[in-house]
Every structure is written in structure tokens, then in C-alpha cells.
Write a protein that binds this ligand. Sequence first.
Ligand code: PEP
Length: 245
Amino acid sequence: MAKRYLIANWKMNLPPEGVESYLANVGGADPRDVTLVVAPPFPYLKHVSGCGEGMCVAAQNCSDHESGAFTGEVAPSMLRDCGADYVILGHSERRNLFSETDALIARKLSLAISKGLKPVLCIGEDLRVREADQVARFLADQIKATAVPELETAEEVILAYEPIWAIGTGRNASGAMVAETILDIRHALERFWPAKFAQTSIIYGGSVTPDNTPDLVEKGTIDGFLVGGASLDSRKFLAIHAGLR
Ligand code: PEP
């Protein structure tokens, strides 16, 4: 069985209840067989990794360069120094707002793996692709484009299926739709990635809340969630965790 994850993507926000209180609440929970991960903005990584007992830490992005004249960028090795275990790559906000291409994401993936970060690679279609019934092909292309040689040595890569039309919109995919898409993703992984990833963890993201968690987990194919908005409230985040049976 694949490892299960619940990842809080704070984006460029802090929890309204305060970082200390949030970490105390989430860190105090029994994670059961779910790895709890918090992805704060870069300046808070060290603090979260120092305080967040029982939690792992993820960066929300990294550079595709090891060092040098790249003002405003942060190298994977620096993220490791600040306590990051994981790095989110290819988030749709990075792809759409910061024009990240599959080629750039593939370079980031290679470097992150080689520096010991565990990538959480986001893939997902927009509404136009979904309505044109091209989802399987679109996701297979994203997976093929990130089939980098470093995958052979990677200890762990988590796939996050995040349909763009469901992120931050309050409109989530149904459990049945996600289960079907996860099968498509597994077929593409079999075709394009090393065999060891056939059973890698595939999590879902897109307007997950405590209310829609039961429908999403019902089919039993989701290995966890990447949560944005609802992850900023420790009570909601823990309620989603409780629903991940
Ligand atoms: C995300 O940031 O990856 C995300 C899924 O956000 P939200 O839960 O707010 O849709």
C-alpha cells in the first residue's frame, strides 16, 4: 500500500490563529499512518521545522540552479539547510502565474532529487481540457515531460493530482472523477516513469474541506490530500485528517 500524506499548502499566507498555536494543535495530533506535512512560505521554514514536532516540512518551490546570480531564487540545498524535507513542484499557480513550463519543472525535479528533497509533483488539467475529454492524454504528457533520469535514484516522489478548475474555487472534483483520473495517472506512470513508481503515492488537491473528504476517500484510491485554503485553520486541517481513513 502506498504511503499516505496530508499536506498543508499555506501559499503566501499565515494561519489566522497564529503559527505557534497552529503548530501546537497539528503537532499534538496522532498522525496515525498519515504523514503530516506543512508547507509555509520560505522565511518560516526553519521555524516550522524547529517547532513542528510530528510534522514534516515542505517548501512551496525551489530554483533549478544550485547557486549563483539568480536574485530572489532559493536553491534546494538551502531549503534542506532550513529543514525542508519535501518540495512542492509544478503547482498550477507557479505554472500559470509565473509561467513555469514542463521543461523548467523537470529541471527543478532533477535538482531537488539530487539534493535530497522529496518532490510533491503537481499535475492537473484546466476546464477546457476536461470538457474536451482530453484529461488522460494531457496528464500523460505532463508525466512524460518530467521523466528525468534522476527518478532512478529518487527515494520518494509524490504525485499531486490538482485539477486547475478546482483549486481555490470552492468547486472540488467528485470522488468518482478523481478515482477514474488516478487510474489514468497510474497508466501514464507505468508507461513513462521507472517501474518502481507504479505504486507511488497519488494525492488529490482542489478545494478539499472536511465536508467533501468522505466522498473523496470513499473509492479508496486517494493516498491523501494537498490542501490550500482549508489548511490555514488547524481545526479544519485536523478534521480532514480525521476523515482520511
Ligand atoms: C492548493 O493550493 O494546492 C490547493 C489545492 O488549494 P485549495 O485547497 O484552496 O483549492
